[in-house]
Design a protein around this ligand. Structure first.
Ligand code: FES
Length: 112
C-alpha cells in the first residue's frame, strides 16, 4: 500500500506522521482514520476549502482536480501549485508527502 508522510502541523500532528493508505481512499479519510483531525467543514462534498493540503511529493500521481475543486482552491488560505482539497484527492499507487497548511480559511477569518 502507498505510504503517506504527513509533515508536522502545530496542532494536528506536531510530530508529523507516517502511515499506509489504500489506493482509492481520499487523502482526507486517510488522515482522519489515522487520528489526524483535519477540518472537513462540508463533510467532504467539495463545497469548502477547510480540507486543503499541499502535496509536497507524489502530486503527479493523483488524478487531476476537477474544475469545481480548482475554483474552490482559489479561495483557500496559502494556495500553492501543488494544493489539493484532500477530500477530493484519491490516493493512487504512489507514496505521498502531505503538508497541512497552518490555517484554513475559517481560522484566517477568525484570528487574523
Ligand atoms: S471537506 Fe469541504 S471540500 Fe473537502
Amino acid at each position: 500500500m502507498p505510504q503517506i508522510i504527513v509533515l508536522p502541523h502545530v496542532e494536528l500532528c506536531p510530530e508529523g506522521a507516517v502511515f499506509e493508505a489504500k489506493t482509492g481512499t481520499s487523502v482526507c479519510d486517510a488522515l482522519l482514520s489515522n487520528g489526524i483531525e483535519i477540518e472537513h467543514a462540508c463533510e467532504k462534498s467539495c463545497a469548502c476549502t477547510t480540507c486543503h493540503v499541499v502535496v509536497r511529493e507524489g502530486f503527479n500521481s493523483l488524478e487531476e482536480a476537477e474544475e469545481k475543486e480548482e475554483d474552490l482552491l482559489d479561495k483557500a488560505w496559502g494556495l500553492e501549485p501543488n494544493s489539493r482539497l484532500s477530500c477530493q484527492a484519491l490516493v493512487a499507487d504512489s507514496d505521498l508527502t502531505v503538508q497541512i497548511p497552518k490555517y484554513t480559511i475559517n481560522h484566517a477569518k477568525e484570528e487574523h
